[in-house]
Design a protein around this ligand. Structure first.
Ligand code: NAP
Length: 296
């Protein structure tokens, strides 16, 4: 069988997903292709989106990943959601089971798997009543908060629009959750108790690399671990500043690999070699560095 897989989103510039999936399929000895489906939101995207879902239903495509801005928008097109996707309210993976389109969310287990890799105390801290601060309250924050509360973390969700954080807390319901304003005044009292900070905002992502979601005049809690979901650039200004203040830091590249590998496991039913995906990233980084050096 030749797999036809892909990613639905917009604009999908410079996506690493085709490289990750192609490398893993090859390593698994499976034939397949991974296409990008850049479909805009709004009226313009309606017909192409319908056609894409028809191709899934009639078996011409076996699986789709979904990214911004469609993670919530695809839900009405699907027949069912897994309990995790239902709880999070967002889908990043679509699979076909007996002709039905099922929405799954591999961002949450992908984040948790990678957090445990880079921060080995993630489980014991959760068991000891650890408090995590999640910055941002968009789609990715929902998956992160779900993963953390399921693991036993107490979670503070801070967004620049506090109503967005409140909506997240209301929708997720499960776990010890509190919504905050992303301001020095509301974060200051919590700093001594934080063990983990997760940046789930897009602040600092290319092209806005000089933006940090952390308030300028707020000190970093040096006992906390910082996980930044962003991986473009590999080291954000937030990671740079927190690292300089003494925090251990990690970017979101491992989460990208894990969520991709978990999606491919859903579609193929086979174990996916993460190393093949990491090698594909290293290869991409090498060729981009060479192009920069040669002035392309
Ligand atoms: P989203 O739904 O658009 O949410 C973005 C969040 O960031 C919103 O709460 C937004 O607030 C906030 N934000 C943006 N700029 C900000 C700033 N300057 N200061 C404070 N808050 C700011 O996006 P998403 O899907 O959740 O993705 C968020 C980030 O996670 C992106 O960088 C994405 O690439 C990354 N991500 C990584 C992985 C991975 O595998 N590593 C997976 C998923 C997502 P407003 O609504 O007020 O603008």
């Amino acid at each position: 069988m030749k797999y036809s897989l892909g990613l639905l989103g917009y604009p999908l510039l410079g996506s690493l997903s085709p490289h990750l999936h192609s490398a893993a399929l090859k390593c698994m000895g499976l034939e397949g292709e991974y296409h990008l489906y850049p479909i805009p939101e709004g009226e313009q995207g309606e017909q192409p989106m319908r056609e894409l879902f028809n191709r899934l239903r009639n078996g011409r495509i076996q699986g789709l990943n979904v990214t911004l801005p469609h993670k919530q928008r695809v839900i009405p097109f699907l027949d069912d959601l897994t309990p995790a996707a239902q709880a999070i309210g967002a889908v990043n993976t679509i699979l076909v089971q007996e002709g039905k389109l099922i929405g799954e969310n591999t961002d949450a287990p992908g984040f948790w798997a990678d957090l445990k890799r880079v921060f080995p105390h993630a489980e014991s801290e959760a068991g000891a009543g650890g408090i995590a601060l999640v910055l941002g309250a968009g789609g990715a924050a929902r998956a992160v908060v779900h993963a953390l509360t399921c693991a036993g973390w107490k979670v503070l969700v801070a967004a620049r629009r506090q109503e967005q954080a409140q909506a997240l807390v209301k929708d997720l319901r499960f776990g010890d959750l509190q919504a905050l304003n992303l301001s020095p005044q509301s974060l200051q009292p919590h700093l001594p108790s934080l063990r983990l900070i997760v940046n789930a905002t897009s602040a600092g992502m290319i092209p806005n690399v000089n933006v940090s979601p952390w308030p300028e005049d707020l000190p970093f809690p040096t006992q906390a671990f910082l996980y930044d979901l962003i991986y473009k650039p590999r080291r954000t200004i937030l990671m740079h500043r927190a690292g300089a203040a003494g925090l251990q830091v990690a970017n979101g590249l491992g989460m990208l690999v894990e969520q991709a590998a978990l999606a491919l496991e859903c579609w193929t039913g086979q174990a996916v070699p993460r190393q093949a995906m990491w090698d594909a990233i290293a290869e991409r980084d090498r060729s981009s560095a060479e192009k920069t050096t040669r002035g392309f």
